[in-house]
Ligand binder design. Structure first.
Ligand code: HEM
Length: 519
């Protein structure tokens, strides 16, 4: 029988942080949390310490992650570790000491104790770039009161459903270009219907969509010939992300000798320069519009005109919003198409739903989406099977906390094993199957509310959730309205890899059959 496996640290939101080195943390004495919890259960119930948690040692972890090749499969390790160690386990990776949370009850208990200013992880290498270039932090990198102030401004025009629907027109404009791009891609294939690497096309769609919302400018990602500056910007995102993997794990002294650090900084510099040019241009236009007494609107306009953020703060926030808004939606849509292509019956039911909600020849809009519960369930199920952020984190810095009968000192790093949680058969019977109907009301879902929380939790949850959902729903509705999606007959099974987000391990190729033309 295989030995129990460690749960490593996924290269994810957690990994851009520096470690909390040293030994397993011990509370000096049970703080108020500890005393309260102990007394409520009776004095004889002793609270256990982190060192008493089950879990693999440092060498054992290293063996599985490096030698057994699980570094890019940490999502699978979560599942195995949970099976071996139970709802909570400790793990070590380098100098990192993690307390992993793998049950919805324990997760709820932890997250309900997070304070006013939750901390995810310290995002050290992102902060280093900002510090080096004297740039302000954005929503990912900022913490404490400053983060709270930033989120109050950013949330306003993004998170309220009534505000988010105002972007539907802009998103639909980009969806129309996506359809043209897909028509071109399939027309150029030997069979006339195959689209190779659909995630790549959807990446361009997501980048165009979020840029249009944030900069109020089209940047041409869906054009046949992408403008050179936009292409340079796209390449820089890739450069930064790829190299941040290395700079997070390599010791600092290697930076003078290896190329990764310089490439990483260079990637960020181009991202900021591109954003700055578009923001400054918009600012000039805005000043002209205001002088002429014209009405102005849009997200960037709102940020610039609110007077609550300096221009530099806008640069910092827009760059981080942009980064968060691309791989997330594009990968989710790619996985959704991958499964719908294989599940003809579900796809037909979604098509039925779309055609009954949207009159013939009309483009689906935000109001139509309310009549498409199955389509929305497809996205929920996709995010359950492939949580974009398979591993998240929390550091409770304000106080010691009691979780699952253990007392943890403040600053303990909790790793939230979202992938294991949403693949647990107690919450989701037949967990590896794509069954969107499990989310429909008539199927009376019985899962715990914390078993699948793909957008996170609480005040620190995803700020782009409403926009992301709107974008994915509108794009999927139009795709299913226009095409029958089929798997590539030559295609192989595609599995997820835990990179920055959960990504396909090989290109997803699909056939798109025009519904009007027939097969
Ligand atoms: C499928 C789409 C998406 C998923 C599944 C997703 C998921 C997440 C998750 C899990 C978090 C961490 C939440 C927490 O720690 O509790 C997060 C944070 C964040 N997301 Fe998203 N996201 C998506 C799309 C977007 C989009 C489109 C944007 C930008 C418009 C965005 C912007 C952000 C930002 C700025 C944060 C950091 C918030 C903070 O720390 O205050 N996300 N997202």
């Amino acid at each position: 029988m295989a030995k129990p496996l460690p749960s490593g640290r996924s290269w994810s939101l957690v990994a851009a942080s520096a470690g909390l080195g040293g030994r397993w943390p011990r509370p000096l004495c049970p703080g108020p949390a500890g005393r309260g919890a102990a007394s409520s259960r009776g004095a004889e119930q002793r609270l256990k310490g982190a060192e008493e948690l089950p879990g693999p040692g440092a060498l054992h972890s290293l063996y599985w992650l490096v030698l057994r090749g699980y570094l890019l499969h940490t999502h699978r390790l979560q599942v195995i570790s949970k099976r071996n160690y139970g709802p909570m386990w400790k793990s070590t990776f380098g100098s990192y000491k993690n307390v992993n949370i793998g049950s919805p009850e324990v997760l709820a208990q932890l997250l309900r104790q997070e304070g006013k200013y939750p901390i995810r992880s310290d995002m050290a290498v992102w902060k280093e770039h900002r510090d080096k270039r004297h740039l302000p932090y954005g929503p990912f990198t900022e913490d404490g009161e400053r983060w709270h102030r930033l989120r109050q401004v950013l949330n306003q025009r993004m998170l309220k459903p009534s505000e988010a629907v105002l972007y539907a027109g802009a998103i639909n404009e980009v969806v129309s270009d996506l359809m043209v791009r897909l028509q071109d891609e399939r027309a150029g294939s030997p069979s006339g219907v195959l689209v190779r690497d659909v995630a790549n096309v959807l990446y361009r769609f997501a980048l165009e969509g979020i840029s249009y919302i944030l900069f109020e400018t089209r940047i041409g990602c869906l054009q046949l010939q992408i403008p050179a500056k936009t292409q340079h910007f796209i390449d820089s995102i890739g450069l930064m992300l790829k190299n941040s993997l290395f700079v997070s794990f390599l010791p600092q002294w290697t930076r003078a000798w290896l190329p990764f650090w310089d490439r990483y900084l260079q990637g960020w510099d181009t991202i900021f320069a591109f954003g700055k040019t578009l923001i400054d241009r918009r600012m000039e236009e805005l000043e002209g519009q205001l002088e002429r007494g014209e009405e102005v609107s849009g997200y960037l306009t709102y940020l610039l005109a609110s007077g609550r953020l300096s221009r530099e703060e806008v640069y910092g926030s827009i760059a981080e919003l942009l980064l968060a808004g691309v791989d997330t939606t594009s990968n989710t849509l790619s996985w959704a198409l991958y499964h719908l292509a294989q599940e003809a019956e579900i796809q037909e039911a979604v098509h039925q739903e779309v055609t009954s909600a949207v009159p013939r020849g009309h483009i689906p809009d935000a109001a139509d989406l309310t009549k498409m519960p199955l389509l929305r369930a497809v996205i929920k199920e996709t995010l359950r099977l492939y949580p974009v952020v398979p591993t998240n984190a929390r550091i409770i810095a304000e106080k010691d906390v009691v979780v699952g009968g253990y007392l943890f000192p403040k600053d303990t790093l909790f790793v939230l094993a979202h992938y294991a949680l949403s693949h647990d058969e107690t919450s989701f019977p037949d967990p590896e199957r794509f069954l969107p109907r499990r989310w429909l009301r008539e199927h009376s879902p019985s899962h715990h509310p914390f078993s699948s929380i793909p957008f996170g939790y609480g005040v620190r949850a995803c700020v782009g959730r409403r926009i992301a959902e709107l974008e994915m729903h509108l794009a999927l509705a139009r795709l299913i309205q226009t095409f029958t999606v089929r798997p590539d007959p030559q295609g192989a099974e595609v599995k997820p890899l835990a990179r920055i987000v959960l990504v396909p391990d090989k290109p997803i190729d699909v056939e798109l059959i025009d519904r009007r033309a027939g097969p």
